[in-house]
Design a binder for this molecule. Sequence first.
Ligand code: NDP
Length: 327
Amino acid sequence: MFKGILIQKDDAGYRAALQELDDSALGDGDVTVQVGYSTLNYKDGLAITGKGPVVRRFPMIPGIDMAGTVEHSNHPDYRPGDAVVLNGWGVGEVHPGGLAQRIRLKGDWLVPLPAAFSARQAMAIGTAGYTAMLCVLALERFGVTPDHGEILVTGANGGVGSVAVAVLARLGFTVVASTGRVEEADYLKSLGAAEIIDRAQFSEPGRPLGKERWAGAVDTVGSHTLANVCATARYRGVVTACGLAQGMDLPATVAPFILRGVTLAGIDSVMCPRPERLVAWERLATDLDMAKLDLITREIALGDVIEAAGQLVQGRIRGRVVVDVNR
Ligand code: NDP
Protein backbone atom coordinates (compact mmCIF):
# COMPACT_ATOMS: atom_id res chain seq x y z
CA MET A 1 0.00 0.00 0.00
CA PHE A 2 1.09 3.59 -0.58
CA LYS A 3 -0.36 7.05 -0.13
CA GLY A 4 -1.53 9.20 -3.01
CA ILE A 5 -4.03 11.81 -4.06
CA LEU A 6 -6.91 10.28 -6.01
CA ILE A 7 -9.36 12.21 -8.18
CA GLN A 8 -12.73 10.64 -8.81
CA LYS A 9 -15.66 11.73 -10.94
CA ASP A 10 -18.96 9.89 -10.73
CA ASP A 11 -22.56 10.39 -9.60
CA ALA A 12 -21.22 11.79 -6.31
CA GLY A 13 -19.40 14.52 -8.24
CA TYR A 14 -15.79 15.57 -8.89
CA ARG A 15 -13.54 15.19 -5.86
CA ALA A 16 -9.92 14.69 -4.80
CA ALA A 17 -8.75 13.06 -1.57
CA LEU A 18 -5.59 11.71 0.03
CA GLN A 19 -5.99 7.92 0.13
CA GLU A 20 -4.25 4.62 0.83
CA LEU A 21 -3.81 2.99 -2.57
CA ASP A 22 -2.60 -0.36 -3.84
CA ASP A 23 -0.75 -1.28 -7.03
CA SER A 24 -4.01 -1.53 -8.97
CA ALA A 25 -4.05 2.30 -8.94
CA LEU A 26 -0.78 2.36 -10.89
CA GLY A 27 -0.75 2.58 -14.67
CA ASP A 28 1.05 0.34 -17.14
CA GLY A 29 4.76 0.74 -17.68
CA ASP A 30 8.18 -0.83 -17.61
CA VAL A 31 9.58 1.20 -14.71
CA THR A 32 8.30 1.59 -11.14
CA VAL A 33 9.62 4.53 -9.14
CA GLN A 34 9.57 5.35 -5.43
CA VAL A 35 8.62 9.00 -5.55
CA GLY A 36 10.62 11.35 -3.33
CA TYR A 37 9.15 14.69 -4.30
CA SER A 38 6.44 16.01 -6.56
CA THR A 39 5.17 19.54 -7.07
CA LEU A 40 2.12 21.65 -7.84
CA ASN A 41 1.88 23.25 -11.27
CA TYR A 42 -1.03 25.33 -12.56
CA LYS A 43 -2.25 22.27 -14.46
CA ASP A 44 -2.23 20.19 -11.26
CA GLY A 45 -4.27 22.95 -9.62
CA LEU A 46 -6.83 22.74 -12.41
CA ALA A 47 -6.88 18.93 -12.19
CA ILE A 48 -7.32 18.72 -8.42
CA THR A 49 -9.96 21.45 -8.17
CA GLY A 50 -11.75 20.31 -11.35
CA LYS A 51 -11.59 23.92 -12.63
CA GLY A 52 -10.16 22.80 -15.97
CA PRO A 53 -10.60 19.68 -18.12
CA VAL A 54 -7.12 18.32 -17.41
CA VAL A 55 -7.99 14.81 -16.22
CA ARG A 56 -9.26 12.65 -19.04
CA ARG A 57 -9.53 9.29 -17.24
CA PHE A 58 -10.96 8.46 -13.80
CA PRO A 59 -10.00 7.57 -11.15
CA MET A 60 -6.72 9.45 -11.61
CA ILE A 61 -3.68 10.18 -9.49
CA PRO A 62 -2.77 13.79 -10.40
CA GLY A 63 0.76 15.19 -10.63
CA ILE A 64 2.47 15.97 -13.95
CA ASP A 65 5.92 15.92 -12.31
CA MET A 66 7.91 13.71 -9.97
CA ALA A 67 11.47 12.94 -8.92
CA GLY A 68 12.39 9.67 -7.30
CA THR A 69 14.37 6.44 -7.27
CA VAL A 70 13.82 3.49 -9.60
CA GLU A 71 12.45 0.51 -7.65
CA HIS A 72 11.92 -1.92 -10.53
CA SER A 73 12.81 -1.70 -14.22
CA ASN A 74 12.41 -3.70 -17.42
CA HIS A 75 13.78 -0.76 -19.41
CA PRO A 76 17.36 -1.07 -20.70
CA ASP A 77 18.33 2.47 -19.60
CA TYR A 78 17.25 2.23 -15.95
CA ARG A 79 18.20 0.07 -13.00
CA PRO A 80 16.93 -0.04 -9.40
CA GLY A 81 18.48 2.80 -7.43
CA ASP A 82 18.72 5.22 -10.40
CA ALA A 83 17.57 8.77 -9.65
CA VAL A 84 15.07 9.97 -12.26
CA VAL A 85 12.81 12.92 -13.14
CA LEU A 86 9.52 12.99 -15.01
CA ASN A 87 7.80 16.00 -16.62
CA GLY A 88 4.61 15.68 -18.61
CA TRP A 89 3.87 13.06 -21.29
CA GLY A 90 0.24 13.05 -20.15
CA VAL A 91 1.10 11.76 -16.69
CA GLY A 92 -1.45 13.07 -14.18
CA GLU A 93 -3.87 13.58 -17.10
CA VAL A 94 -4.35 10.20 -18.84
CA HIS A 95 -1.73 8.15 -16.91
CA PRO A 96 -1.58 7.95 -13.07
CA GLY A 97 0.70 10.72 -11.84
CA GLY A 98 3.34 11.86 -9.39
CA LEU A 99 1.33 13.06 -6.39
CA ALA A 100 1.74 9.66 -4.74
CA GLN A 101 4.49 7.62 -3.12
CA ARG A 102 4.80 5.28 -6.14
CA ILE A 103 4.42 5.61 -9.88
CA ARG A 104 4.66 3.11 -12.74
CA LEU A 105 5.32 4.49 -16.23
CA LYS A 106 7.23 4.16 -19.49
CA GLY A 107 10.98 4.45 -18.99
CA ASP A 108 11.12 6.42 -22.26
CA TRP A 109 9.36 9.28 -20.47
CA LEU A 110 12.03 9.58 -17.77
CA VAL A 111 15.20 11.62 -17.78
CA PRO A 112 18.07 10.89 -15.40
CA LEU A 113 18.15 13.33 -12.47
CA PRO A 114 20.80 15.88 -13.52
CA ALA A 115 23.87 15.61 -11.25
CA ALA A 116 23.55 19.32 -10.43
CA PHE A 117 20.23 18.85 -8.62
CA SER A 118 18.76 16.99 -5.67
CA ALA A 119 15.33 15.40 -6.24
CA ARG A 120 13.83 18.25 -4.21
CA GLN A 121 15.53 20.91 -6.34
CA ALA A 122 14.39 19.16 -9.54
CA MET A 123 10.81 19.43 -8.29
CA ALA A 124 11.32 23.03 -7.17
CA ILE A 125 12.02 23.57 -10.87
CA GLY A 126 9.37 21.12 -12.12
CA THR A 127 7.42 21.53 -15.35
CA ALA A 128 7.04 25.24 -14.57
CA GLY A 129 10.79 25.82 -14.44
CA TYR A 130 11.59 23.56 -17.34
CA THR A 131 8.94 25.40 -19.41
CA ALA A 132 10.50 28.73 -18.44
CA MET A 133 13.79 27.37 -19.79
CA LEU A 134 12.08 26.20 -23.02
CA CYS A 135 10.90 29.82 -23.44
CA VAL A 136 14.44 31.12 -22.90
CA LEU A 137 15.80 28.59 -25.41
CA ALA A 138 13.20 29.78 -27.96
CA LEU A 139 14.19 33.43 -27.43
CA GLU A 140 17.80 32.42 -28.09
CA ARG A 141 16.84 30.30 -31.10
CA PHE A 142 15.18 33.34 -32.67
CA GLY A 143 18.31 35.40 -32.02
CA VAL A 144 17.31 37.57 -29.05
CA THR A 145 20.36 38.76 -27.09
CA PRO A 146 20.63 41.10 -24.07
CA ASP A 147 21.70 44.07 -26.22
CA HIS A 148 18.40 43.92 -28.13
CA GLY A 149 16.49 45.46 -25.21
CA GLU A 150 14.01 44.63 -22.47
CA ILE A 151 12.36 41.23 -21.98
CA LEU A 152 8.86 41.16 -20.49
CA VAL A 153 7.75 38.29 -18.24
CA THR A 154 4.00 38.12 -17.52
CA GLY A 155 2.52 36.26 -14.55
CA ALA A 156 5.89 36.98 -12.95
CA ASN A 157 4.95 35.85 -9.44
CA GLY A 158 3.85 32.44 -10.68
CA GLY A 159 6.06 29.37 -11.08
CA VAL A 160 6.97 29.77 -14.76
CA GLY A 161 7.29 33.53 -14.35
CA SER A 162 9.55 33.41 -11.27
CA VAL A 163 12.00 30.97 -12.87
CA ALA A 164 11.95 32.92 -16.17
CA VAL A 165 12.81 36.15 -14.34
CA ALA A 166 15.68 34.47 -12.45
CA VAL A 167 17.18 32.74 -15.51
CA LEU A 168 16.86 35.72 -17.88
CA ALA A 169 18.40 38.10 -15.33
CA ARG A 170 21.31 35.73 -14.77
CA LEU A 171 21.87 35.58 -18.53
CA GLY A 172 22.25 39.37 -18.57
CA PHE A 173 18.84 40.37 -19.94
CA THR A 174 17.02 43.43 -18.62
CA VAL A 175 13.83 41.85 -17.27
CA VAL A 176 10.54 43.70 -16.76
CA ALA A 177 8.15 41.72 -14.57
CA SER A 178 4.39 42.12 -15.08
CA THR A 179 2.25 41.13 -12.12
CA GLY A 180 -1.09 41.64 -10.42
CA ARG A 181 0.78 41.57 -7.11
CA VAL A 182 2.98 44.67 -7.27
CA GLU A 183 3.35 44.37 -3.48
CA GLU A 184 5.73 41.49 -4.28
CA ALA A 185 8.13 43.91 -6.01
CA ASP A 186 10.96 43.20 -3.54
CA TYR A 187 10.69 39.44 -4.24
CA LEU A 188 10.77 39.98 -8.01
CA LYS A 189 13.71 42.39 -7.71
CA SER A 190 15.59 39.85 -5.60
CA LEU A 191 15.13 37.39 -8.49
CA GLY A 192 16.69 39.94 -10.83
CA ALA A 193 13.79 41.97 -12.29
CA ALA A 194 14.87 45.49 -13.25
CA GLU A 195 11.33 46.90 -13.19
CA ILE A 196 7.93 45.77 -11.95
CA ILE A 197 4.77 46.79 -13.82
CA ASP A 198 1.07 46.28 -13.07
CA ARG A 199 -0.49 43.60 -15.24
CA ALA A 200 -3.67 45.73 -15.52
CA GLN A 201 -2.09 47.59 -18.45
CA PHE A 202 -2.25 44.36 -20.50
CA SER A 203 -5.51 42.87 -19.24
CA GLU A 204 -8.10 44.75 -21.32
CA PRO A 205 -8.73 44.83 -25.07
CA GLY A 206 -6.03 47.00 -26.68
CA ARG A 207 -5.06 48.55 -30.01
CA PRO A 208 -3.60 46.46 -32.87
CA LEU A 209 -0.24 48.21 -32.41
CA GLY A 210 1.17 50.15 -29.45
CA LYS A 211 4.45 51.85 -28.61
CA GLU A 212 7.31 49.42 -29.32
CA ARG A 213 9.03 48.24 -26.15
CA TRP A 214 9.84 44.51 -25.80
CA ALA A 215 12.73 42.81 -27.57
CA GLY A 216 11.33 39.56 -26.24
CA ALA A 217 8.66 38.24 -23.91
CA VAL A 218 7.73 35.17 -21.89
CA ASP A 219 3.94 35.14 -21.66
CA THR A 220 2.27 32.79 -19.19
CA VAL A 221 -1.11 34.52 -19.34
CA GLY A 222 -2.61 34.39 -22.87
CA SER A 223 -5.82 36.23 -23.88
CA HIS A 224 -5.75 40.08 -24.04
CA THR A 225 -2.40 40.08 -22.25
CA LEU A 226 -0.70 38.11 -25.03
CA ALA A 227 -2.41 40.25 -27.70
CA ASN A 228 -1.17 43.45 -26.02
CA VAL A 229 2.33 42.05 -25.51
CA CYS A 230 2.56 41.26 -29.25
CA ALA A 231 1.20 44.74 -30.07
CA THR A 232 3.96 46.39 -28.00
CA ALA A 233 6.84 44.13 -29.09
CA ARG A 234 9.68 45.91 -30.88
CA TYR A 235 10.40 45.46 -34.57
CA ARG A 236 11.44 41.79 -35.01
CA GLY A 237 10.73 41.08 -31.34
CA VAL A 238 10.05 37.51 -30.18
CA VAL A 239 7.11 36.60 -27.94
CA THR A 240 7.03 33.11 -26.42
CA ALA A 241 3.54 31.92 -25.46
CA CYS A 242 3.27 29.13 -22.92
CA GLY A 243 0.30 29.87 -20.67
CA LEU A 244 -3.37 30.70 -20.31
CA ALA A 245 -3.73 32.07 -16.76
CA GLN A 246 -5.97 34.88 -18.08
CA GLY A 247 -7.61 32.80 -20.78
CA MET A 248 -7.28 30.41 -23.69
CA ASP A 249 -8.40 33.02 -26.23
CA LEU A 250 -6.15 35.27 -28.30
CA PRO A 251 -8.11 38.37 -29.36
CA ALA A 252 -5.32 39.81 -31.54
CA THR A 253 -4.71 41.18 -35.04
CA VAL A 254 -1.96 40.18 -37.45
CA ALA A 255 -0.56 43.74 -37.39
CA PRO A 256 2.46 43.00 -35.13
CA PHE A 257 3.43 40.03 -37.31
CA ILE A 258 3.06 41.58 -40.76
CA LEU A 259 4.09 45.17 -39.97
CA ARG A 260 6.79 44.64 -37.34
CA GLY A 261 8.00 41.12 -38.15
CA VAL A 262 7.20 39.99 -34.62
CA THR A 263 7.59 36.24 -34.00
CA LEU A 264 5.06 34.41 -31.84
CA ALA A 265 6.72 31.21 -30.63
CA GLY A 266 4.52 28.51 -29.10
CA ILE A 267 5.97 26.54 -26.20
CA ASP A 268 4.77 23.07 -25.19
CA SER A 269 6.44 21.10 -22.42
CA VAL A 270 4.22 18.00 -22.38
CA MET A 271 5.24 16.31 -25.65
CA CYS A 272 8.52 18.20 -26.09
CA PRO A 273 11.05 15.78 -27.66
CA ARG A 274 13.55 14.21 -25.30
CA PRO A 275 16.72 15.83 -26.79
CA GLU A 276 15.29 19.30 -26.17
CA ARG A 277 14.27 18.33 -22.61
CA LEU A 278 17.82 17.22 -21.91
CA VAL A 279 19.17 20.54 -23.19
CA ALA A 280 16.65 22.45 -21.05
CA TRP A 281 17.70 20.54 -17.91
CA GLU A 282 21.40 21.02 -18.72
CA ARG A 283 20.86 24.74 -19.15
CA LEU A 284 18.90 24.96 -15.88
CA ALA A 285 21.95 23.46 -14.17
CA THR A 286 24.14 26.32 -15.39
CA ASP A 287 21.73 29.24 -15.73
CA LEU A 288 19.50 29.01 -12.64
CA ASP A 289 21.06 30.22 -9.41
CA MET A 290 20.21 27.67 -6.69
CA ALA A 291 20.02 30.45 -4.08
CA LYS A 292 17.30 32.08 -6.21
CA LEU A 293 15.53 28.72 -6.53
CA ASP A 294 15.39 28.55 -2.70
CA LEU A 295 13.78 32.01 -2.66
CA ILE A 296 11.17 30.85 -5.17
CA THR A 297 10.29 27.59 -3.39
CA ARG A 298 8.26 26.47 -0.42
CA GLU A 299 7.61 22.87 0.68
CA ILE A 300 4.36 21.20 1.68
CA ALA A 301 3.30 17.65 2.63
CA LEU A 302 1.08 15.39 0.51
CA GLY A 303 -1.77 16.09 2.94
CA ASP A 304 -1.55 19.85 2.19
CA VAL A 305 -1.86 19.43 -1.58
CA ILE A 306 -5.62 19.79 -1.98
CA GLU A 307 -5.81 23.08 -0.07
CA ALA A 308 -2.74 24.44 -1.89
CA ALA A 309 -4.25 23.50 -5.28
CA GLY A 310 -7.24 25.73 -4.50
CA GLN A 311 -4.93 28.64 -3.62
CA LEU A 312 -2.87 28.09 -6.76
CA VAL A 313 -5.77 28.40 -9.19
CA GLN A 314 -6.84 31.59 -7.39
CA GLY A 315 -3.39 33.08 -8.13
CA ARG A 316 -2.56 33.22 -4.40
CA ILE A 317 0.63 31.17 -4.48
CA ARG A 318 3.97 32.85 -5.12
CA GLY A 319 6.71 30.95 -6.95
CA ARG A 320 6.95 27.18 -6.72
CA VAL A 321 5.52 24.60 -4.33
CA VAL A 322 7.43 21.36 -3.71
CA VAL A 323 5.55 18.37 -2.30
CA ASP A 324 7.34 15.92 0.00
CA VAL A 325 5.16 12.87 -0.70
CA ASN A 326 6.60 10.95 2.26
CA ARG A 327 5.69 13.46 4.98
P1 NDP B 1 1.05 29.76 -11.46
O1 NDP B 1 -0.32 29.62 -10.92
O2 NDP B 1 2.21 29.51 -10.58
O3 NDP B 1 1.21 31.25 -12.06
C1 NDP B 1 0.26 31.85 -12.86
C2 NDP B 1 0.38 33.37 -12.69
O4 NDP B 1 -0.41 34.01 -13.67
C3 NDP B 1 -0.17 33.86 -11.37
O5 NDP B 1 0.74 33.75 -10.32
C4 NDP B 1 -0.46 35.32 -11.71
O6 NDP B 1 0.77 36.03 -11.66
C5 NDP B 1 -0.87 35.24 -13.18
N1 NDP B 1 -2.33 35.28 -13.34
C6 NDP B 1 -3.26 34.49 -12.75
N2 NDP B 1 -4.49 34.83 -13.15
C7 NDP B 1 -4.35 35.86 -14.02
C8 NDP B 1 -5.25 36.65 -14.76
N3 NDP B 1 -6.59 36.45 -14.70
N4 NDP B 1 -4.76 37.63 -15.55
C9 NDP B 1 -3.43 37.83 -15.63
N5 NDP B 1 -2.52 37.12 -14.94
C10 NDP B 1 -2.98 36.13 -14.15
O7 NDP B 1 1.13 28.87 -12.77
P2 NDP B 1 2.43 28.31 -13.53
O8 NDP B 1 3.49 29.34 -13.46
O9 NDP B 1 2.68 26.93 -13.12
O10 NDP B 1 1.85 28.27 -15.02
C11 NDP B 1 1.62 29.49 -15.72
C12 NDP B 1 0.85 29.21 -16.99
O11 NDP B 1 1.67 28.46 -17.88
C13 NDP B 1 -0.42 28.39 -16.78
O12 NDP B 1 -1.43 28.85 -17.64
C14 NDP B 1 0.01 26.98 -17.17
O13 NDP B 1 -1.07 26.21 -17.62
C15 NDP B 1 0.99 27.29 -18.27
N6 NDP B 1 1.98 26.24 -18.47
C16 NDP B 1 2.13 25.76 -19.73
C17 NDP B 1 3.05 24.81 -20.01
C18 NDP B 1 3.23 24.38 -21.42
O14 NDP B 1 3.75 23.30 -21.65
N7 NDP B 1 2.86 25.19 -22.38
C19 NDP B 1 3.87 24.22 -18.95
C20 NDP B 1 3.72 24.86 -17.66
C21 NDP B 1 2.77 25.82 -17.46
P3 NDP B 1 0.87 37.48 -10.95
O15 NDP B 1 0.30 37.33 -9.57
O16 NDP B 1 2.32 37.78 -10.99
O17 NDP B 1 0.04 38.43 -11.81
